[in-house]
Design a protein around this ligand. Structure first.
Ligand code: SAM
Length: 271
């Protein structure tokens, strides 16, 4: 299949697979439900498949695009250029809190969406979680497997670090399934759009997010081992017993609440 769409040759290093199926595009825009006056931001607008229908509905849209040629096309777009705030930057490094106006609209949180480059989707999720206080909701097209990881709970086969951290920050729901044929060039895998809504209040009491990240990362790095072994540098068996957690269990069986109890223990031990 041709890699050129609307006169632009897709760049693999930027994870460019452009949506062109109008039915799928309509479904995604309906799931996002953009409204005028909202603080909307699209990551990776590309050739405008989602940007154009959203900009038809609203007066202002922030877009973050790394590809210099695509950013230029958007700044010169014949119909919607006046509505777009084009931010030519790496979304992985972008400070999303800059889009909140602390003086005039301090409570005007962000609604973030995008058909994300699959090669950076997991680090981008972690980057966005760190701005969850500034975000009302997010809608992202991702590889179906990543959507399943985001939505997995303990004992699911795809449950892992991304699932636990996602549960801490947000509720996650798959909203649209998308076949490879909806893109140009077509990716090799199925995709889906996920809706992520940051919790108003954290679902568990946690002293420190980096302790949770350390514990969950260590447990899943050796996911086949019992936590007695995988977490032995962080917590001993007696302390696990005090927390009412059996040291014979494996990472995949631990809930967010149990991981948080271990993380709080680790934090207290080291402070
Ligand atoms: N939204 C368009 C669509 O649905 O057809 C394009 C989607 S394409 C999968 C991903 C887009 O993200 C491309 O436009 C690509 O240039 C852009 N991109 C890739 N890496 C990026 C990054 N680190 N920061 C911002 N944009 C990025």
């Amino acid at each position: 299949m041709s890699k050129t769409h609307l006169g632009h040759t897709a760049r693999k290093r930027f994870g460019q697979n452009f949506l062109f199926d109008e039915y799928v595009i309509d479904q995604i825009v309906s799931a996002i439900k953009p409204e005028n006056g909202q603080n909307l931001v699209e990551i990776g607008p590309g050739l405008g498949a989602l940007t154009e229908p959203v900009a038809e509905i609203v007066d202002k849209l922030n877009v973050v695009e790394l590809d210099r040629d695509l950013a230029k096309r958007l700044r010169e777009h014949p119909f919607i250029q006046n509505k777009l705030n084009v931010i030519e930057q790496d979304a992985l490094k972008f400070d999303f809190s800059n889009l909140i106006d602390p003086i005039t609209h301090p409570s005007h949180k962000l609604r973030v969406f995008g058909n994300l480059p699959y090669n950076i989707s997991t680090p981008l999720m972690f980057h966005l979680f760190s701005f969850s206080d500034c975000i009302d909701d997010m809608h992202f097209m991702l590889q179906l497997e990543v959507v399943k990881r985001l939505c997995a709970t303990h004992n699911d086969s795809l449950y892992g670090k991304l699932s636990v951290m996602s549960q801490y920050y947000c509720s996650a729901t798959p909203v649209v399934m998308v076949p490879p044929s909806a893109f140009k060039p077509a990716p090799k895998v199925e995709s889906a759009v996920v809706r992520l809504v940051p919790h108003a209040r954290p679902p568990v009491e946690l002293h420190d997010i980096s302790s949770l990240s350390l514990v969950v990362g260590s447990a899943f790095n050796q996911r086949r081992k019992t936590i007695r072994n995988s977490l032995k540098k962080l917590i001993d068996e007696t302390s696990l017993n005090h927390l009412d957690i059996d040291a014979e269990r494996r990472a995949q069986t631990l809930s967010l609440k149990e991981f948080s109890a271990i993380a709080n223990y680790v934090y207290e031990k080291n402070s």
